[in-house]
Design a binder for this molecule. Structure first.
Ligand SMILES: Nc1ncnc2c1ncn2[C@@H]1O[C@H](COP(=O)(O)OP(=O)(O)OP(=O)(O)O)[C@@H](O)[C@H]1O
Ligand SMILES: [Mg+2]
Length: 396
């Protein structure tokens, strides 16, 4: 190795050490993955980099993040394990350099096409931690010259650090979520224990017995709902929940949501309206997940609005975005809580008096919308009402 090459290699290792420190400083998987792809592109002098995660149980390999084109099209895009370069890297646990992707039919051209980029050259390494392959780190299109064995070595070293960081983050998230879950289970379990204990008393009246049976039923429903929400959050956070991206008609979807909640809203004494233009541009996204997000927001609007109030579901098309808003004339949210609203388990103090809940709904909504490359905003005034607005990009 020449002196010059040696110096550049040393400065690369310095960079890797500083990146590793940086990786160790966060347990947020999304942030972590973004940092890793940025570092990978920088270290290897590539135009872009991406991470594919591998689900061993389902034998699925899918795009999770890329340094440049992280949008709804990319996330969750499946790559065939048997016939792709990334699949080969996972199966063989070895790095691979391809100087000209056109020459190699293992390259999954469809991915490049759906991303709107041309993959010319590629360097991929396996992400291995504790002897388990968790994915593939790819550097795409070397800016000058060809990917070298030094690039490969640098990316391998980064890959090892990245795999450990990804694994730690997943373990931490699981632990965090499980402890919260166990904590949240206590309240309904305590109610169930009291109710079942009282039921064994022979002297209780029929009325009381009926009341207790209703309590048990209510807590049972709550436990089931909580379990579903927890699973949803866990899947979204770990990156295992993938979006099934298709073009769909938002008009139809919003009308379905409206029909699903109208009875419950009217039973609670609320007036509901829907205002949607007949012609909305088609949207590309996971329609089940978007539906779940809209239903969560509508369910909140109903829960936190007193009888006699109004709920409005509205959609509008802007030049490159669609805005879906859910407004209510409910109790509102004090300004000081707005920035914590989307955190897991957060509930405005006093909410339990209005309705039961775990405080997971809005964190699920935010994950879904941001996973589609969109964002969500909230405006609220105490005793006046609240409006949540979803912004979704219109993709050509
Ligand atoms: N439309 C609204 N009006 C007033 N407060 C709201 C509204 N939507 C949400 N909030 C407040 O934000 C908190 C978090 O909402 P989120 O949907 O995450 O949880 P939740 O409704 O309490 O429980 P769940 O997990 O069942 O959805 C709620 O507890 C409530 O205090
Ligand atoms: Mg909710």
């Amino acid at each position: 190795m020449t002196d010059k090459a040696e110096i550049s290699q040393i400065s690369r290792y310095k960079k890797i050490i500083s990146i590793s420190r940086d990786l160790a400083s966060t347990l947020d998987l999304d942030i972590l993955l973004k940092r890793i792809v940025q570092a990978a592109a920088e270290l290897t002098g590539a135009e872009a980099a991406s991470i594919l995660l591998y689900d061993e149980r389902l034998e699925r390999l899918y795009f999770q993040v890329a340094s440049q084109f992280d949008g709804p099209l990319l996330r969750g895009l499946d790559v065939p394990v048997e016939s792709s370069i990334a699949g080969w890297i996972v199966k063989n646990r070895q790095p691979m350099i391809i100087h000209d992707t056109k020459q190699d039919e293992r390259h999954y051209q469809q991915v490049g096409q759906s991303l709107g980029i041309t993959t010319k050259s590629l360097l991929g390494v396996p992400l291995i931690a504790k002897d388990k392959v968790s994915g593939v780190l790819e550097a795409i299109n070397k800016r000058n010259g060809k990917f070298s064995s030094d690039d490969q070595e640098a990316l391998m070293t980064l890959g090892v650090q990245a795999a450990v960081a990804i694994e730690n983050s997943r373990l931490f998230q699981q632990f965090d979520l499980i402890s919260e879950f166990v904590h949240e289970l206590r309240t309904p379990l305590a109610s169930l224990r009291t109710a079942t204990h009282l039921l064994t008393h022979p002297e209780i009246t029929d009325d009381k017995r009926e009341q207790l049976a209703k309590n048990i039923q209510r807590e049972r429903v709550r436990l089931a709902e909580m379990s579903t929400d927890f699973l949803n959050v866990a899947r979204l956070e770990s990156g295992r929940s993938q979006f099934q991206i298709d073009a769909f008609d938002l008009n139809v979807l919003l009308n379905e949501c409206f029909q699903l909640i109208i009875d419950q809203a009217e039973e609670s004494g609320l007036f509901c309206n829907i205002e949607i233009p007949d012609e909305l541009p088609m949207i590309k996204g996971d329609c089940d997940k978007i539906k779940q997000a809209v239903l969560n927001l509508l369910s909140n609007a109903i829960k936190y609005t007193l009888a006699g109030g109004r709920v409005l579901l509205k959609a509008e098309a802007a030049p490159d975005e669609i805005h879906i808003s859910i407004s209510d004339t409910g109790v509102g949210i004090p300004q000081k809580y707005l920035d914590r609203l989307f955190s897991k388990f957060f509930r405005v103090p006093g909410s339990e008096r209005m309705s039961q809940g775990t405080g997971l709904g809005l964190s699920i909504v935010k994950r879904i919308i941001e996973g589609h490359g969109g964002h969500i905003e909230v405006e609220s005034e105490v005793d006046v009402g609240t409006t949540f607005t979803i912004h979704l990009l219109i993709t050509p």
